[in-house]
Design a protein around this ligand. Sequence first.
Ligand SMILES: Nc1ncnc2c1ncn2[C@@H]1O[C@H](COP(=O)(O)OP(=O)(O)OP(=O)(O)O)[C@@H](O)[C@H]1O
Length: 300
Amino acid sequence: MDTAVYLNRVKMEREHFLLGPLQLEIPRGYISAIVGPNGSGKSSTFQLMLRIYNPDSGQIELFGEQLTNEEIEVALKQRIGYLPEEANDMESWMTGSEKADFIKFWYPTWNVNRYSDLIRIFEVDPKLKLGKMSKGMRRKFDLAVVLAHNPELLLLDEPSSGLDPISWKRMIEILQKYMEEENRTILMATHIIDEVKRLADYIIFMAGGRILGFYEKDELMGNWHAFFVREQGDVGKHRLREVPGFERLEDMGGGFIRIISSNAGLAEKWFQEEGISVSGQNSLELDDILEVLIETKASF
Ligand SMILES: Nc1ncnc2c1ncn2[C@@H]1O[C@H](COP(=O)(O)OP(=O)(O)OP(=O)(O)O)[C@@H](O)[C@H]1O
């Protein structure tokens, strides 16, 4: 698989936080979503990718190249659209149009029509000063700006923060349309499960400054099942924890136990082989899966 971003044993130490070592390959041509609790290092990872901060060790490659000198850095960054988590306060004094006029000089592929279309679709008034725009309008303006040069790679840090439901829907449609072109890649950090559901091909699960899992979304959703079993005789909680892919066990009351397995196929076979009758099973919603992942893997 072609790789858009490659992190190899990347580490960065901050006063109260150690990020990494991170090992990660973002596949080209797909949407990957980084999910994880607050403070897990998602934004810092974006900042490392763009060399806003330098890693203490490890290598970072964008489109197979390292940012070794300024010339390469400029050329690579022109192929990227980066939307940081927070809007830049230093730009508050200028209007949207002034910022667009300024920024387009950096991007040879800036497309005036594309920019105007996005501004219109998002219903942004570019004559307003950036500091006078509402939070949602500013977010939409910044989204239009990162998309206007039609970059090969979009790095979006919580893109929907502040968007109302209609704007959010428009953003989803715009990102889906963006992906229709060949070799387009999105890496986004998000807390919105619906966004992951609708957009992501891959899910990167991050907590405590480390990457704890890289999953293909459909596979993840197909593999996680809940099984309902009656606790009786030698079918006790202890034995049930041996089920393949065991993730969590819950007492449902009335003698019933709910077991969550991340390997539904093997778990089903195991129940049969062990002669344990399952009174029901269902697949899990993505939010339930992420909740279990956060609880089990993030608590170390
Ligand atoms: N500029 C900075 N200097 C020092 N520490 C920082 C800086 N920015 C973030 N941190 C710390 O790094 C850790 C990771 O923060 P980061 O913003 O990368 O996490 P995040 O996963 O994006 O969080 P959130 O979901 O809240 O946006 C936190 O402990 C944070 O306090």
